[in-house]
Write a protein that binds this ligand. Structure first.
Ligand SMILES: Cc1ncc(COP(=O)(O)O)c(C=O)c1O
Length: 484
């Protein structure tokens, strides 16, 4: 494709994306396909003719869009906000169009230095001290793996430099609660700790936050038993209920054992843009690493996960390989991000953050986050005031965990009722919610925060939920009208 052909096809594609985003709200939220439907729409044999951009755009409409659950839809309240602001989409396109290669500072100095700048902007915007240095990983899962590798190596005094874990006299251990994201367990397994050395620390049954005394006891007991406490993952905003583990007590307990503290603020990091929410991560300055995802609530399109560390030298010692073909005359003067994580080749991810911050504006992003928090608070109050409805976890941010409990319905019957009404709502295509398990059974998470979700959409959701839970019609005429 020549630049002129690209220009023409690119205009068509941008028009198509703009139309798709403008008309998104009229589509069903949940994907309208059964397993295999999308794949069957493609020819089994690779086509040997050449398509036009118009043919591909028609296929996007015909095959791809029905196969998408529309997380940019204002009635999406499932999982978590996975916003893809159009400003960041433009940055992503610029990144692809530039076609840089991020394998060293020399291979693309701008890629490294824009990343340094935007990570530092976000550090300042979230009130972190200049003791932190940041990079952008693809996901919080990768960030957690890197953190657990760094923690393992600090605890074993760089054991990987000789025999690795196979020679470890004392197996290193990791600590978190059952409320930690599943990526923590995966990272612990991949970092070689082993399931037996992933220690589940008790949490408060009301707040779902880690019990720091239980952490201290677990580490002391393990040390006595010949294990090596190496890392703790504290969640600021757990996936199910956005619970916040108490960092001040956790970092204090960890410091006594010289244990690495990684703070997983994947979802809640966005709230730290607001000074009035920063008390939630009080104590973070004494942690060793932290990550959060602008690709969730803040809205910089996937994959944009910020990872900050305090001791860069240690991280680089753990992650660097330095083969001869990548050495250069400026080593020592510049940042080599390949030594801060797992992949060698890096995308120019910083551009989408830069475009997002500059084109949308920081104040507008903060206003939107405040709007979402207010909408969640309004929704919480509706649920608390409604008979037979309950809020089942403290509302810390924008996620409200609820249950509809008809009189006399309990246990398995209540679980069946919960799953049935959520499915009724989701299959209507009019909104999307995700159920989740707490210790006492299934509940429903209402995660507010899609860029286009206004107060009227939250009102609409509440009407739909009441109708779905009481088996009333989900007919549009019976609902609150949205003027948008
Ligand atoms: C608290 C928390 N940590 C980690 C993750 C994983 O994020 P990622 O998809 O960026 O790996 C999630 C995703 O939902 C999360 O909620």
């Amino acid at each position: 494709m020549t630049p002129e052909e690209f220009r023409s096809a690119g205009h068509d594609l941008i028009d198509w994306i703009a139309d798709y985003r403008r008309e998104l709200e009229s589509r069903p939220v949940r994907a309208q396909v059964a397993p295999g439907d999308v794949a069957r729409a493609f020819p089994a044999e690779p086509p040997d003719d050449v398509a036009t951009i118009q043919e591909l755009l028609a296929d996007l409409d015909r095959v791809v869009v029905p196969g998408m659950t529309l997380v940019q839809h204002p009635m999406h309240f499932g999982w978590f906000p996975s916003n893809a602001s159009l400003a960041s989409v433009l940055g992503d396109l610029a990144s692809s169009g530039l076609g840089g290669l991020g394998i060293s500072w020399e291979s693309c100095p701008a890629l490294t230095e824009v990343e340094e700048v935007v990570c530092d902007w976000l550090r300042r915007l979230t009130g972190l001290s200049d003791g932190w240095s940041g990079t952008i990983h693809d996901t919080a899962s990768t960030a957690c793996l890197v953190a657990l590798l760094a923690g393992r190596e600090r605890a074993t005094d760089h054991g990987q430099a000789d025999g690795g874990l196979a020679r470890a006299e004392r197996p290193p251990a990791v600590y978190c609660t059952t409320q930690a994201h599943s990526s923590v367990k995966k990272a612990a397994l991949m970092a070689g700790y082993g399931n037996d050395h992933l220690r589940i620390v008790a949490h408060d049954p009301e707040t779902f936050a880690m019990e720091p005394a239980a952490l201290a006891e677990a580490m002391a007991r393990d040390r006595q038993a010949g294990l090596l406490p190496a890392a703790v993952v504290a969640s600021v905003g757990t996936t199910a209920t956005t619970a916040v583990d108490p960092l001040p007590a956790i970092v204090e307990a960890a410091a006594k054992e010289r244990v690495w503290v990684h703070v997983d603020a994947a979802m809640a990091g966005t709230a730290m843009l607001l000074p009035e929410f920063r008390h939630l991560w009080e104590g973070v300055e004494d942690a060793d690493s932290l990550s959060w995802n602008p690709h969730k609530w803040m809205g910089t399109i996937l994959d944009t996960s910020l990872f900050y560390v305090r001791d860069v030298q240690h991280l680089v010692r753990v992650m660097s390989t330095n083969p001869s073909y990548l050495r250069s005359g400026v080593d020592g003067e510049v940042t080599q991000y390949r030594d801060w994580g797992i992949p060698l080749g890096r995308r120019f991810r910083a551009l989408k953050l830069w475009f997002h911050l500059r084109l949308d504006g920081i104040e507008a992003i903060k206003d939107r986050v405040r709007r979402d928090l207010e909408n969640a608070r309004w929704f919480e109050n509706q649920v608390r005031d409604a008979p037979e409805w309950e809020v089942v976890a403290p509302v810390v941010l924008q996620t409200v965990c609820v249950r509809h409990r008809p009189a006399g319905v309990d246990g398995d019957a209540l679980d069946a009722h919960t799953l049935a009404w959520v499915e009724r709502l989701n299959s209507s295509g009019r909104a999307l919610l995700t159920p989740s398990l707490l210790a006492d059974g299934w509940m429903v998470r209402v995660s507010v925060g899609v860029e286009t979700t206004e107060h009227a959409h939250v009102e609409q959701l509440w009407s739909l939920m009441q109708a779905a839970a009481t088996d009333r019609s989900l007919d549009p005429d019976s609902m609150v009208h949205i003027d948008s």
